[in-house]
Design a protein around this ligand. Structure first.
Ligand SMILES: Cc1cc2nc3c(=O)[nH]c(=O)nc-3n(C[C@H](O)[C@H](O)[C@H](O)COP(=O)(O)OP(=O)(O)OC[C@H]3O[C@@H](n4cnc5c(N)ncnc54)[C@H](O)[C@@H]3O)c2cc1C
Ligand code: SF4
Length: 478
């Protein structure tokens, strides 16, 4: 019998719960919701792993972390060894331990989940990364920092989200000189400007960036690829390869009346003002953002959950998530949805906005919604919403639209040689990440459309492996 068919032994201990701030406390502060395992809790949870010979968890991880390997070292009391195993394939473990959808990846595949609760792999990953960093400061990156290269190799990354940071992490550990060009004044992409402080403290991201700086990665902020510098110019300046990891951060709107009223935001703008502009730290930072009393967020994904929970923390009296299907079809991570509901966010399901209504000063006062019913499944397998004709008004002073994003055109329009897909994303060789321009690679949301941190990192790893293979040697990046 192989691992797939073998019935797992029931673990002796239940999954170790994660300590977290109580909902009524955290709903009004921006401190991290989940508090992380202590050493004893991590040891207890690590002891649940069966150390499978064919670990299904590893197959479920997009960057193929040796999960039983790091857990085995943790169990043996070798926390540094556990960290080294994580670092072999994941350059941002403290981030992934917090924001990856483990329930559909490693933990979704863990054999213990078949009969009970899977090993809390993400929580263990976070514990190892945080406790290692607490003792080792910025000296976090393992790898062959002293690798002697045949000549100086220079790689440019455009954008500083998880895809580019992964390329920079792998290649700089091999001795490659990496320069990252970022349009904003802060580094980290969505990890900094999108995901809120209470889910991913910004110091965790800065710590990872500092570790790369310590390895020699050069970061240039306020550089817009396609405007301040062109892709072609980077190649002409002697960069051996260019990686494009600019994400897909241009918000989509619904094109309904009233979207230009005061108080209507895209989730992207709202979260950027709060996170990057530090509107949450008022009065220390006086960033203009509406502190809505009655807020509606439109959409059912992680971005909608983040926006709704942020509005609560800024002092809203009521926050509704308006979604045209039902709770079961919401694409958000279950944990995020449950956290939002526990904190007091309300759901207005089977409802779709028809128009935003303003007063004489063009300030938003309400939204007109149309009740929906579920019809036949669409291409995504989810049942499609259909209008019923029944309408009603929801009084609100702030609307946050979180219905998806598309690629920002600046870099794409300035690089017409890049082959794009019908949906407007960059086309790449799926094995290498190379684009239609030789020596130019791309990965992350600008290739896949809005996806996940770990899939962006997986793309970064494939590109780094391919660049290293070309200039250093076949197996330079595992
Ligand atoms: C609010 C929110 C919450 C999310 N929550 C989760 C989560 O919990 N778990 C999860 O796995 N995923 C989550 N995601 C998705 C995840 O963050 C993204 O899939 C991931 O960050 C994509 O990485 P990337 O490297 O492709 O680009 P990004 O993270 O988008 O970074 C791209 C960077 O490129 C910069 N840039 C853009 N154009 C240029 C240019 N022309 N020149 C120079 N720089 C440029 C941008 O300023 C940005 O810094 C969330 C996304 C959002 C918006
Ligand atoms: S985490 Fe789960 S699947 Fe992976 S080795 Fe341990 S018990 Fe097996």
């Amino acid at each position: 019998m192989n691992e797939k068919t073998k019935t797992p032994k029931k673990p002796k201990t239940p999954r170790t719960p994660m300590p977290e701030q109580p909902p009524f406390v955290r709903a009004r502060n921006f401190l991290e919701v989940t508090l992380g395992y202590a050493a004893e809790q991590a040891a207890l949870e690590a002891s649940r792993c069966l150390q499978c010979k064919t670990p299904l968890c590893r197959k479920g991880c997009p960057v193929e972390i040796d999960i039983p390997g790091f857990i085995a070292r943790l169990r043996a009391g070798d926390r540094d060894g556990a960290y080294a195993v994580l670092r072999q394939t994941n350059s941002l473990p403290a981030v992934c331990g917090r924001v990856c959808p483990q329930e559909v990846q490693c933990e979704g595949s863990c054999i213990l989940g078949k009969k009970g609760e899977p090993v809390a792999i993400g929580r263990l990953e976070r514990y190892v990364a945080d406790s290692f960093a607490a003792e080792n400061g910025c000296m976090q990156l393992t790898g062959q920092a002293t690798c002697s290269l045949p000549r100086e190799i220079r790689v440019a990354c455009i954008g500083s989200g998880p895809s580019s940071l992964t390329v920079a992490g792998y290649l700089s550990a091999l001795g490659v000189k990496v320069t990252v060009f970022e349009a904003l004044h802060e580094l980290g992409g969505v990890l900094i400007y999108g995901i809120p402080e209470f889910r991913l403290p910004k110091d965790v991201v800065r710590r990872e960036v500092d570790a790369m700086r310590a390895l020699g990665v050069e970061f240039k902020t306020n550089w817009v690829g396609g405007r301040t510098i062109l892709v072609r110019e980077l190649l002409d300046q002697g960069f051996d390869a260019v990686f494009i990891g600019v994400g897909a951060g241009l918000p989509r709107f619904m094109d309904i009346p009233g979207e230009s009223l005061i108080g209507v935001y895209s989730a992207n703008e709202y979260l950027t003002r709060v996170n990057l502009g530090r509107a949450y730290a008022f009065p220390e930072y006086d960033t203009p953002v509406t502190r809505g009393r009655h807020v509606a967020v439109f959409g059912g994904g992680n971005v909608a959950m983040d926006a709704a929970r942020t509005a609560l923390r800024l002092g809203a009296e009521s926050v509704h998530i308006v979604y045209r299907r039902t709770k079961g079809e919401m694409p958000a991570r279950r944990e995020e949805l449950e956290h939002a509901l526990e904190e007091g966010v309300k759901l207005e399901i089977l409802a779709n906005p028809l128009r935003y209504n303003g007063d004489e000063n063009r300030r938003l006062v309400s939204v007109t919604l149309e009740r929906q019913k579920l019809g036949e499944p669409d291409a995504s397998g989810r049942r499609s919403p259909a209008p019923t004709g029944e309408t009603f008004d929801l009084p609100i002073d702030t609307a946050i639209i979180a219905i998806g994003t598309r690629p920002n055109p600046i870099l794409l329009e300035s690089t017409p040689e890049l082959k794009l897909s019908k949906r407007g994303y960059i086309e790449v060789d799926p094995e290498t990440g190379e684009t239609s321009i030789p020596g130019v690679y791309a990965g992350g949301d600008i290739v896949t459309g809005a996806a996940t941190v770990i899939s962006a990192m997986g793309a970064g790893r494939r590109a780094a492996r391919s660049i290293a293979g070309k200039f250093i040697g076949e197996d330079a990046v595992r």
